[in-house]
Ligand binder design. Sequence first.
Ligand SMILES: C[S@@+](CC[C@H](N)C(=O)[O-])C[C@H]1O[C@@H](n2cnc3c(N)ncnc32)[C@H](O)[C@@H]1O
Length: 281
Amino acid sequence: MRVLELYAGIGGVAATGADVVAAIDHDPFAHAVYTANFDHPAHRLNLVSVRPERLAGFGAPVWWMSPPCQPFTVRGARRDVDDRRCESLLHLLDVFETHAPDTVVVENVPGFEGSVAHARLRHALRDHHLAEVEWCPSALGWPVQRRRFYLVASRRPVTLHMPEPVPLPLATFLDPDPPAHTELDADFLRRFGDALHVVDAADPEAVACCFTGAYGRSPVYAGSYLRQDGRVRRFSPSEVARLMGFPEGFSLPEDPARSYRLLGNSLAVPVVRVLLQLLEE
Ligand SMILES: C[S@@+](CC[C@H](N)C(=O)[O-])C[C@H]1O[C@@H](n2cnc3c(N)ncnc32)[C@H](O)[C@@H]1O
């Protein structure tokens, strides 16, 4: 099943092993990570003005779309379609009027559901069968949360059901030798220690909370910390990448802040894999 990966970021769809024909994103840093990890074409393009014929010309029956979530996040201003970051999505909805593919999958934060953009998306794909779910990788047994809304629009009926979980212990996702920048200094622990969400490396049922792009910058509400060998530290970018489902050896930027930002914007790869498999049934 050939997929066109739109708003491709660092390639949460390609990381499933899907047959991605091409990827599009305008961000230079995301593009650099994408091309370092995948061989298929990745185009640095602004989707606001991409021509419908160009998208259709990739010949992919499935278009995956992860548009920016800032217009819909609960902690943001929730400007919805009035947020400029929604312009490209509105353009793609126009594209669907003449060049809709067989299947479209849209991923976004739970706050997308019920938005004006959501209603317009449903309207633009009114000739498709629609199925919607809010899924989290922790329900598959992964030791991390990332609850997201998924809409699948297909020319044939599709049923979305989550497979039985296979519990995966947090310990198997950890670096044998974590980098020095994951250490927290005494002042940080004194100021924020009580507010940190800490998971224990030895706890087989530990589930980390969702890592956002602000991890490493924002002390709280951006992801969990790890208690290991009697100390509390940050998760490293490779640990976050593993928890998100990226394969071992996935190449990330040298700068940890940039890695955290790109990973925090990316996808729960195991959930994407399940959805793409369901589309093949
Ligand atoms: C929520 S992130 C999706 C990340 C991606 N799914 C991944 O696996 O990393 C949104 C992405 O859309 C890109 N983006 C936002 N507006 C865009 C536009 N107008 N044209 C192209 N890409 C855009 C951003 O650079 C960002 O990488």
